[in-house]
Design a protein around this ligand. Structure first.
Ligand code: ZN
Length: 239
């Protein structure tokens, strides 16, 4: 029986939905993020705002939400030259991967998260990785995650479960999952406080939240929200 979890929580739509599901499922939940010189401090601010709002408006979850951890991973800047860590425009590489790709980044995240979970005596690692995402990061694939689950469990002699609630669902379904977990208040929290835009735009407000509206992350979030909204039942008409 799994009762405790560590959520890899970046402050975006996906990891916020994963955090809500973990708070729904488990009795004790902690959060972790990695600071590796992201161009936009807004991501780190967004996650603190989301945690504050969850604690303030979801009393059924607030008492389960424990420590938040921020691990310094500046070393990633020494092995990558990408648009997340340097001032380079976002683009797709000829490999078909976006130039934000840091090889093996998610493997490092999971390894450090497992070490932290070991020390904090947390049983489950929760991550919002997704195979249906546009980007096709090889270290977010289901096979990679299953291999990591085995390697971490063997290497730390502790049985870890890696929970990936978004692995097989699209962005519209991620919005629907948030609604199922926390109703319209959670959807509104995600719209208002999570951050996805690669350009760090917190000026332009859309129905789906803040962002430039044109970078790949904004396009994905916007398209998903539109498909989600189109599937919502019409409000009941008065008799
Ligand atoms: Zn954007």
């Amino acid at each position: 029986m799994h009762t405790s979890a560590l959520v890899l929580f970046s402050g975006g739509q996906d990891s916020t939905t994963c955090l809500a599901q973990a708070l729904h499922k488990y009795e004790r939940v902690e959060t972790v993020a990695f600071d590796y010189g992201q161009r936009h401090i807004v991501e780190l601010e967004a996650r603190l705002n989301v945690l504050r709002e969850l604690k303030a408006h979801f009393p059924q979850w607030a008492h389960k939400l424990g420590d938040d951890h921020l691990l310094d991973l500046a070393v990633l800047g020494q092995v990558s030259e990408t648009s997340l860590t340097r001032d380079v425009a976002f683009k797709m590489e000829t490999s078909g991967l976006p130039n934000t790709f840091v090889p093996g980044r998610n493997l490092l995240f999971l390894t450090l998260a497992a070490a932290l979970a070991y020390r904090r005596d947390l049983q489950v690692l929760v991550t919002g990785v997704c195979e249906t995402d546009f980007s096709g990061y090889p270290d977010c694939r289901d096979d990679t995650i299953k291999a990591m689950q085995l390697a971490l469990s063997l290497g730390m002699d502790k049985r870890f479960l890696i929970d990936t609630p978004l692995m097989w669902i699209d962005k519209a379904s991620t919005w629907a999952l948030a609604r199922a977990l926390g109703g319209q208040p959670l959807v509104e929290l995600i719209v208002e406080h999570t951050h996805t835009c690669y350009l760090g735009d917190r000026v332009h407000r859309h129905a789906w939240g803040y962002g430039c509206g044109t970078c790949p992350a904004c396009e994905l979030r916007s398209r998903g929200f539109q498909r989600y909204a189109a599937r919502l039942p019409e409000p009941m008409s008065k008799p």
